[in-house]
Design a binder for this molecule. Structure first.
Ligand code: MN
Length: 131
């Protein structure tokens, strides 16, 4: 057992042109990586999104505010909103982020190693979630 007293660490800003996110994304640690489990509160600005990636043993997303997108390879992007919970299976290639017209905040529980790939192109990113 470990008890993490207080905040797990400082929030970090991941501004685009890195190798994991497009746009402005803030990650606020809930629990530092422990036994292969990492938990972050992540805030995406409108248009902010992850690169394509996968998680070795899967990931749970709990949307706590706003509206955004989840997309798995071979599928169409799906709108997710406050209250939605998403299970992404082991090694399932996917991306997630805010919609073009809304921020999104989710708590991301990642299991095992994350593998980062290429950016989601403007062509593949939906223009709006308000339909
Ligand atoms: Mn993910």
């Amino acid at each position: 057992m470990k008890v993490f007293h207080g905040r797990a660490g400082a929030a970090s800003e991941r501004r685009g042109n890195g190798d994991t996110f497009t746009g402005v994304v803030w990650a606020d640690p809930v629990m530092p990586s422990t036994d292969g489990v990492t938990i972050n509160t992540v805030c995406f600005e409108p248009g902010g999104r992850t690169y394509w990636h996968s998680h070795e043993r899967g990931q749970i997303l709990q949307v706590t505010a706003g509206q955004g997108w989840i997309c798995v390879e071979g599928g169409k992007p799906e709108v997710i909103r406050q209250g939605d919970v998403v299970w992404i299976g082991p090694n399932e290639r996917h991306w997630h982020g805010g919609s073009a017209d809304s921020f999104m905040v989710h708590i991301a529980t990642s299991l095992g190693k994350s593998t980062w790939q290429e950016a989601v192109s403007e062509h593949d990113y939906p223009p709006s979630a308000l339909r």
